[in-house]
Design a protein around this ligand. Structure first.
Ligand SMILES: NC(=O)C1=CN([C@@H]2O[C@H](COP(=O)(O)OP(=O)(O)OC[C@H]3O[C@@H](n4cnc5c(N)ncnc54)[C@H](OP(=O)(O)O)[C@@H]3O)[C@@H](O)[C@H]2O)C=CC1
Ligand SMILES: O=C(O)CCC(=O)C(=O)O
Length: 480
């Protein structure tokens, strides 16, 4: 089937007339074809978003929420179909695909409910005659650039707050996972969203990204993806006077102290590192274990890792599906090869030999030990199912190792020691901290984002999203 851009409330052919095949990472099956758009499509979408902005921002919050509520109900009706499409195009397991679709619905519902929340404060003025208060206004048409690894949740957690706070949207989804965003747009269309409020342009970021980031109608850019592209976008957006928000990489540590529940800690490591084939910015990448239990933890982790089923994401017993693309697989294999030269491989480290997986981008879950601090696998984001194991003498050495990274998105500790758990929350340089739970995961009602090189700009999700998608207006109202 051929899918189209969505501009000014219409499904539209790209100006170029060119399309690209959307392929399954499991077996290269063709799932559809999507526009290879050009800058002209972006200009048209941005102009439509600008035109729609003046009336959309004037609706009441409750009126805007009504479209979000309808779209959530529409998606809910086809949650299994959308979740399956997600697994087919991205490669995460069916349970994860459906789970992520449910998460997207819950994000819509959450932001619809924000329509009932206060958006300003009344502050006593020095002047007895002055009614002094703050309110918030939308920033304008916003540009959203989203990645392939959470192809429905991330677009939704940018789009839903943008819309509820009165902004209009141009979204450019990841080129290799377009269908999930097609499902969101089609639900909003079916919900009767006014023309131009949401516009979607499919195509390569390298071709149309700059046209979106530098478009004068677009007042803010929210991006999730690699550090390299993020920083390029930041420079372009700032140069063209826009607000910018970036969510980028992670090198997330899990610290396991000697008093931890061993089996639970192994579960937490496996789930955090290997679900979604490790393709999460919150994935556990470094596991730092206190020396008293290092050997027993390592042996159990390796034993359990070897039992994980790598396979077709649609099979019920699959734990690890394929990487999303050939280039993603190549990047992971390159880092694994680097790891073999600089550390000790304990398991995995290669592609599976099962012939039924030969056409997919599969790689076995991999564990390394004896990893030096400056090894590439200790420092670079791998975005694949790979754990680097470290031994620490005690809590102090563990925290020092955990913080020895340019990133600071998420971190976890397994311990029953309340004092050390509390110290960890204070000491760790990360935007998200887990105690006795995995580094990955994000609930819609709380802020999401990191420190150091992981994030720039205000946090996404939860109540904090209002910071990015609105500006504060301070009002001094005096009696005449
Ligand atoms: N923080 C996170 O959640 C994510 C991190 N990553 C990291 O990035 C690595 C590479 O993944 P990749 O998909 O290439 O990430 P990118 O940063 O290239 O892609 C993210 C988004 O940016 C778009 N984009 C690419 N180039 C430009 C540009 N010049 N201007 C504007 N937008 C652009 C992409 O479009 P298109 O799809 O057309 O390239 C996509 O929509 C991964 O291995 C991982 O380490 C990746 C995804 C998510
Ligand atoms: O951990 C999660 O569920 C969210 C992760 C995420 O946002 C990402 O990988 O980009």
């Amino acid at each position: 089937m051929r899918y189209l851009n969505y501009i000014n409330g219409q499904w539209k052919e790209p100006v170029s007339g060119d399309y690209k095949l959307n392929l399954s990472p499991h077996n290269q099956e063709v799932l559809g074809e999507f526009p290879s758009s050009s800058a002209e499509d972006v200009q048209e979408a941005a102009a439509a978003a600008k035109k729609a902005f003046s009336s959309w921002k004037k609706l009441s919050f409750q009126q805007r929420a009504s479209y979000l509520i309808k779209a959530a109900a529409i998606l809910n009706e086809k949650v299994e179909e959308v979740g399956r499409d997600l697994s087919l195009e991205e490669g995460k397991t069916l349970a994860e695909g459906i789970g992520e679709t449910r998460r997207a619905i819950s994000i819509l519902e959450y932001y619809a409910a924000e329509a009932r929340q206060p958006i300003g404060e009344v502050i006593p003025s020095v002047n007895a005659e002055t009614f002094l208060y703050t309110t918030r206004v939308p920033v304008g048409p916003v540009g959203l650039i989203t990645p392939w690894n959470f192809p429905i949740a991330i677009p939704m957690w940018k789009m839903a707050p943008a819309l509820i706070y009165g902004n209009t949207v141009v979204i450019k989804p990841a080129d290799i996972t377009p269908k999930c965003v097609y499902h969101i747009i089609s639900a909003l269309d079916e919900a009767g969203l006014p023309a131009g409020v949401v516009n979607c342009v499919f195509g390569r970021g390298s071709v149309i990204g700059t046209a979106l980031v530098e478009n004068p109608h677009i007042k803010a850019i929210s991006f999730t993806g690699s550090n390299q592209v993020g920083h390029q976008i930041q420079n372009q957006a700032v140069a063209s006077g826009k607000k910018v928000q970036l969510e980028m990489g992670g090198k997330n540590p899990l610290v396991v102290l000697a008093d931890a529940d061993l089996e639970k800690a192994v579960d937490i490591a496996i789930s955090g590192a290997f679900r979604s084939t490790g393709q999460k910015c919150t994935a556990t990448s470094r596991v730092i274990v206190e020396e008293g239990i290092y050997e027993v933890f390592r042996d159990r982790l390796v034993e359990r890792t070897k039992q994980l089923k790598v396979g077709n994401p649609l099979d019920a017993d699959t734990f690890i599906g394929p990487a999303v693309s050939q280039s993603q697989l190549d990047g992971v294999l390159e880092l694994i090869e680097a790891g073999k030269a600089e550390a000790t491989l304990l398991c995995g480290g290669e592609r599976p030999t099962d012939p039924s997986l030969a056409n997919g981008f599969y790689v076995l879950p991999t564990v390394f030990e004896n990893v030096s601090r400056d090894a590439r696998i200790a420092r670079e984001e791998i975005f694949g199912p790979v754990i680097a194991l470290f031994k620490a003498k005690n809590y102090d050495e563990a925290i020092e190792l955990a913080n020895d990274t340019e990133f600071g998105l998420s971190a976890a500790i397994c311990t029953n020691n309340l004092t050390l758990a509390e110290r960890f929350v204070e000491d760790i340089e990360a935007g998200i901290v887990h105690v006795n739970s995995e580094t990955a995961g994000a609930e819609p009602q709380v802020p999401f984002g990191g420190c150091k090189n992981s994030s720039t700009g205000s946090r996404e999700q939860g109540k904090t999203a209002i910071e990015f998608y609105t500006q504060v207006k301070t009002v001094y109202k005096d009696r005449l």
